[in-house]
Ligand binder design. Structure first.
Ligand SMILES: *Cc1c(COP(=O)(O)O)cnc(C)c1O
Length: 223
């Protein structure tokens, strides 16, 4: 299938999943282009994708040099090394991977305007996964309050690598519950209304469980 057919299919699936929920808010599709060329990224934009996701500073810089900074929203979805913050932070619209206090401190030091961030939470508890432990989330957010350039718009997680959809679903449900617990506190620096969850293999489950952003790569860019 062509890229534009991929986009149309994913959008259709997203719509169907969204219709199963009572959520009014539209779900945002982030086209993850970390493994493809700028040409493919341009095809995604031509097919109507309005946000692209990259997980490495080099990938972001290359794509923006080729396509332009203002052609779409840019989302940084990978672990961000502290020493790369300066290079990246004013070039992105949303960071999905705030996973340690030192990163928040560095963002606060480098950013020229407040940055919309997702706090990455390690819901599944896998050793290999980045993210704040759920039990540490509230104290983490409390600490983040001291950095005015960091604005927590929501929570992000990655589901475990498993075929077991019940397990995946319960991870997404847990993230939603955590998000709701933060949102009701109405912290001025952490409205925390959004949920970034769902990738190629599980974006429909994520939407059914309340995702407001899905990060989809493979099924959009494969030929
Ligand atoms: C690569 C990546 C994605 C997209 O994964 P696909 O399985 O290709 O859809 C989403 N989120 C993060 C954090 C990623 O690194």
């Amino acid at each position: 299938m062509s890229i534009s057919e991929n986009v149309r299919l994913v959008q259709q699936n997203m719509k169907q999943a969204h219709e199963k929920t009572d959520q009014k808010k539209q779900v945002q599709l982030i086209g993850v282009t970390k493994s493809v060329s700028s040409e493919v990224a341009a095809e995604l934009l031509a097919a109507g994708v309005t946000a692209l996701g990259e997980n490495r500073p080099e990938g972001l810089t290359d794509k923006q040099a080729a396509l332009g900074r203002d052609v779409c929203e840019w989302h940084f979805i990978g672990t961000l090394q502290t020493r790369k913050v300066r290079q990246v932070i004013d070039q992105i619209d949303v960071l999905h991977s705030l996973d340690r206090l030192h990163l928040a401190e560095e963002i606060n030091k480098r950013a020229k305007r407040p940055v919309d961030c997702f706090v990455q939470v390690n819901v599944s508890g896998e050793e290999s996964k980045q993210g704040i432990e759920p039990t540490d989330l509230h104290s983490f957010l409390h600490e983040v309050g001291q950095y005015p350039m960091v604005r927590v718009i929501g929570l992000m997680t990655m589901a475990p690598l498993t075929e077991d959809t019940d397990t995946i679903r319960s991870v997404f449900q847990s993230l939603r519950q955590l998000r709701d617990e933060v949102a009701v506190r109405h912290l001025p620096y952490a409205p925390c209304t959004e949920l970034s969850m769902g990738m190629s293999s599980d974006y429909e489950i994520a939407i059914e469980e309340g995702a407001t952003y899905v990060r989809v790569g493979t099924v959009l860019v494969q030929p």
